[in-house]
Design a protein around this ligand. Structure first.
Ligand code: NDP
Length: 445
């Protein structure tokens, strides 16, 4: 580094020239009498590099208040949600969806049509046939259709604000990092990656590029789970003492990526067991202190040559709360969650499914025992999660289910596998607070 001009005080480094005027405008401070250290310069260079790749800040569009229509229902009926306030299409956040498989075609693209802040603007696929068909179906022009080789050129497309990775788990790491380097905000399907180390790399890459990273944990935007969290947190039935939960389904194709270790990372646990883990951490707003795991695969079954069939695990939380969890890849589908508290219990049938949740609670008053059905309006979980991310992009907020939340699930899953391997309980040393893992609560309007 050398100063070449007393008046304009240029600071030269190997990488770049920053003028003194520019330096002052970057720091926003008067530096009279202040020594300009090399570390200050390198901080500024890092900021400058970020600006070169980070997406330009969007001016958040003003959102109208909901239209008020003449009231006609009595308040003895269940209240309706306020009328929606969608943004004008030109103001919505543009999404490129990567990987046109079951989830993208069955849920995400249809959900984008019912979003209020998000819109589909680009597609990425290895299949020219899918790109042509899906492009036509959703009105995406051929110039906005990409393959995995042209993926990095998304950086030149100003219509794309967010890249949504819906690829096999083992590809999340590479495509999130490449997407961040293209200067786009990243929404990534669960499980975040194949390992906690990959998650750390992804968080670092997004931080370095100055882009947001959110993990698509739709269950944290789902109204039954959110109601359950509220009732537990306000201790309606006292302290939770025992939780029983499982997420199970069947599988038939040993050649599918879900049965290949390198593409799936594991079997039932990272694919569907993760919902039990993530939901419990969400409703309790607490991290388990210890886990104990058991893993099984039927010998000789080609489905489970590389990945596990069953994982059964216990998690220990504060106040003696134990959660018994299980996930299976070789039974008829079943998704259950029951939280037993001191003075009552809550149950969610079809917990973790895309829709159709039924929630009950049971308690007693004197000689009468009650079992109530809670009628909670359903929402599209995918639309809610994408609109939340769009809100974060528009208003520069940390996503509610940030990358750190995905990392924490991987740390715990690795401990479950370690316990199953050693036959001993494993302590979870990573104990971040709920606030460290989450951004502000989503506005689900
Ligand atoms: P699919 O196999 O149906 O789709 C994955 C797509 O990825 C393929 O169709 C293909 O799209 C693309 N792809 C690129 N490279 C490969 C490869 N080497 N092998 C296979 N596919 C490849 O998977 P899902 O849609 O069920 O799952 C995708 C992701 O979404 C996973 O991470 C999964 O865990 C997650 N998921 C999340 C759910 C949720 O509720 N949040 C539910 C289901 C899945 P193309 O032909 O267009 O290139």
């Amino acid at each position: 580094m050398k100063i070449v001009n007393e008046q304009e005080s240029e600071i030269l480094t190997d990488e770049k020239i920053i003028t003194r005027k520019h330096f002052l405008s970057l720091t926003g401070k008067s530096l009279i009498g202040t020594a300009v250290s090399t570390s200050m310069v390198s901080d500024l260079l890092a900021q400058e590099k970020l600006k070169a790749t980070s997406p330009p800040a969007k001016i958040p569009p003003a959102q109208d208040a909901p239209i008020e229509l003449e009231a006609w229902k009595s308040d003895v009926d269940q209240a309706s949600a306020p009328l929606p306030t969608p943004l004008a299409p030109k103001d919505r956040v543009g999404y490129a969806v990567v990987g046109l498989g079951h989830l993208a075609l069955g849920e995400i693209l249809p959900a984008l049509s019912s979003c209020k802040k998000s819109k589909l603007v680009a597609l990425v696929s290895g299949s020219p046939e899918k790109l042509e068909k899906v492009g036509k179906q959703y009105g995406i022009s051929p110039e906005n259709c990409y393959n995995y080789e042209t993926y990095d050129t998304l950086k030149d497309n100003p219509e794309v604000d967010v890249i949504y990775i819906v690829l096999p788990n083992g590809l999340h790491h590479e495509y999130v990092i490449r997407g961040a380097k293209a200067g786009k905000h990243m929404l990534c399907e669960k499980p975040m990656a194949n390992s906690s180390q990959e998650c750390r790399d992804m968080i670092t890459a997004c931080n370095e590029a100055g882009v947001k990273l959110m993990i698509a944990y739709r269950i944290q935007y789902q109204p039954h789970n959110r109601t359950l969290r509220e009732l537990i947190q306000k201790k309606e039935f006292g302290i939770p003492k025992l939780i029983e939960t499982s997420n199970n389904q069947s599988s038939a194709n040993p050649n599918h990526w879900r049965h290949k270790k390198s593409l799936a990372g594991g079997g039932a646990l990272p694919d569907i067991g993760i919902y039990c883990l993530n939901t419990l951490r969400f409703i309790l707003q607490e991290e388990p202190s210890e886990v104990f795991g058991y893993v099984y695969s039927t010998p000789g079954n080609p489905l489970f040559a590389e990945v596990e069939e069953l994982v059964s695990w216990q998690m220990r939380f504060s106040n003696g709360l134990i959660a018994n969890c299980a996930t299976h890849y070789n039974v008829h589908e079943s998704r259950q969650l029951r939280v037993l508290c001191e003075k009552g219990w809550y149950n969610i049938d079809k917990a973790y499914a895309y829709k159709g949740q039924q929630m009950q609670k049971a308690y007693a008053e004197g000689k009468i025992g009650y079992q109530d059905q809670l009628f909670i309006s359903e929402i599209n979980q995918f639309a809610a999660e994408m609109d939340h991310f769009s809100d974060c992009v528009l208003n520069n907020k940390k996503p509610f289910t940030a990358g750190e939340e995905g990392l924490q699930d991987h740390i715990i899953m690795e401990a479950i596998y370690e316990s199953a391997h050693s036959g001993k309980p494993v302590k979870i040393s990573s104990q971040p607070s709920f606030a460290e893992l989450h951004g502000p609560e989503p506005i689900l309007d």
